[in-house]
Write a protein that binds this ligand. Sequence first.
Ligand code: TIU
Length: 222
Amino acid sequence: MHITIPAEPHPVTIDPAATALMIIDMQKDFLYPAGFGALLGNDVTLLQRTIEPIQQILTLARAHGTLVIHTREGHLPDLSDCPPTKRDRWAAGTRIGDPGPMGRILIRGEAGHGIIDELAPQAGEIVLDKPGKSSFYATDLEAILHQHGILNLLVTGVTTDVCCNATVIAANDRGFNAIVLEDCVSSYNPARHAATLEAIKAQGGIFGWVTDSAAVQQSWPT
Ligand code: TIU
């Protein structure tokens, strides 16, 4: 059974059973004050408008048995999976691995690395730890998607221009349809959010599609 979701640059027709919900990096380090995002000088409140629509899509996915994949960006405590180039470009005190109010910044197991309480994963949902911006880099994501017969990704999370964009581009190259829900993604900079979505849907959908949570909810089979 296929459904057609209103989207830009044109409607997208998909099989819901071959579709996964990706919730990218909804971590305290990006959404709460005093995390990695804030230490880089960003206004983290710009990301918080995504929480409610993602909750709604997550509820829909859970009700229909849709595959849900939560991702977390972060590194091992010994930083052996963090290239020095990813760390050393910032001032001491704001680097990955430095101590902060929510524990060591972007380190697996620390409080700040955790997913926000509002979107806490349920038992049985995949939580994918990733050391890069793309969800495919140095992870089993591609194999997991093939194992579950997934062809389409509903992309939500933060930030639009960094980890969501990197994941969309990588998904497209690997033969997946990336469908971005614009109210479920956000950037620390509204202009970069808009520019990223524009690039994804340009040229007839060169990287994928852009839609929103209402369109997905209205299109999903009941
Ligand atoms: N800085 C920024 O916008 N984002 C990141 O560093 N990681 C993610 O987007 N998850």
